[in-house]
Design a protein around this ligand. Sequence first.
Ligand code: PEP
Ligand code: MG
Length: 589
Amino acid sequence: MEFIRLRGIGVSPGIAMGESFLTVPSSLAICKETIPVSQIDKEIERLKAAIQKTEKELLEIKEKIKIIAGEEQAILLEAHLLILRDRSLLSGLEKIIRQDKVKAEWALEEINRKYRGIFESINDEYFRQRQADIFDVLMRIQRNLKPETSKRRDQPSDRKVILVAHDLLPSEAASRFSRGNVIGVALDMGGPTSHTAILARSLDIPAVVGLHNITAQVRNGDFLIVDGTDGEVLINPPQAIRKEFQSKKEKYDKYRLELRKIARQPSVTLDGVAFKPLANIELPEEVSVAFSLGAEGIGLFRSEFIYLQRQSLPTEEEHFEIYSKLARRCYPRPVYIRTLDIGGEKSYSQFNLGAEPNPALGLRAIRFSLKNPEIFRLQLRAILRASGQGNVRLLFPMITEIEEILLIKELLAEVKSELRRQRVRFDENIPLGIMIEVPAAAAITEFLAKEVNFISIGTNDLIQYFLAVDRSNESVAYLYKPLHPSVLRLIKQVIDQANEAGREVGVCGEMAADPLSALILLGFGLRIFSMNPIFIPRIKKALRSVELKTVKEAAEEILKLKTSQDIEEYFIERVISRHPQAFLTTQLT
Ligand code: PEP
Ligand code: MG
């Protein structure tokens, strides 16, 4: 048997070794078949029956997932049920069948093509991944249009397997993982923010995606190694390599245990200074994973995803459902809900944003919300209604000037008095905060801080705007330097001014997740670090292994240096000489 080594994207860390099981490709690929007018009603009935069956299946999978992975993970299936029950889906399909006189299969194909077109125009990996949910539901209906006999052969239940597939639809992943014998996943397609990836992470199933054509290279029963940490898959490796990976697996399993241990340890430096690791999430089902990794709250809930899961604008009730679930799940820990951050690279159909000559500098985030007060008001009402328990905070993105805060406050006061009139309970003192992402706002932090309760520095955007470097443009990536002396000076100034104003200040950009940057930020006086939850253990470990005194002194010195390279070298050397453990944390995650 030939030994093949493939590189992909590791989306769920850890190593799995075992037998492969290939699932059949998920594809709608079918031909257009027309039907006579007399058969149209019958065809629609056939479609309705398949939709009903799909609903029953999804409800069953949801119950199973609830048992093995918990309530949060089952929400994925709820999202699918919402798509399935959306009346516009059935009416859209019906319309195609009637107008084009085609079979239901073709109508599904047409609808899929329509959505694909919409989602592909969105230049954001996370949102594009949401198309997978719609595709998933359509696939399921498609399958249920077929007679029982032509359905897929199933995975063995008597032994552990590594799933190999072209693409694993989220509900299919949920259904297969729920059987308890999937130990690894390898896919041709996929990205790190897909539901399948999130589910694999939360169940500790190592997964590698984006392998392009692994399905063409693996046969059922091949021996596979899936290295979800380094993003590699090995097909039929020789004994020596199996042994090497066996010891890597043991090391990793030990490391994972240590991470879980760190998650439970107090967040304090060697000299007892407390800091707070928080999590950035996009889906409510990520809450429990975040807490299991040591998050002490949700520091950034990106509310955009709520809009993306629907074809029309979400209603106040839909917003409320999600926020109140979040608040309940987090209680008593805080959850910082960020209002809609649309525009820029995150645009999509419901809003008819129109093409802007320079979207990054255009109508995005709070600018959009203030221009569309009905949409903004509805979101504020829903967030306030979910705030009754007192652990919700309101965070506004992309603030540029003080006038915006005043407008927000006016609107908020109106919404509050409306709620009071309607005798709806909410947190009268809900804390308000702004994101510092625009350099102009950073420069006047002392004024802005006085208007709000807390400051959250969005370093991803702040760096892009300050250095004039598009954060997603590879040709200028070499200039995107979080440790550029100008960036560090600016961030230090923001932290100082917020602290002087007596306001809580945190960082919720990627910088908070990088051990070197996080140690520098700690030295600058930062205590709140919000990040993708998978990075929390390593940051906790780094921060727990230093004394504040050391990093503070080193952080003061680097402000005198001229290049990011000098800064990096000096800081690492200075900290390591006192705390050799400080940078030993980054090897595995
Ligand atoms: C940021 O800009 O740093 C941030 C956290 O916001 P987002 O990445 O969602 O733009
Ligand atoms: Mg941002």
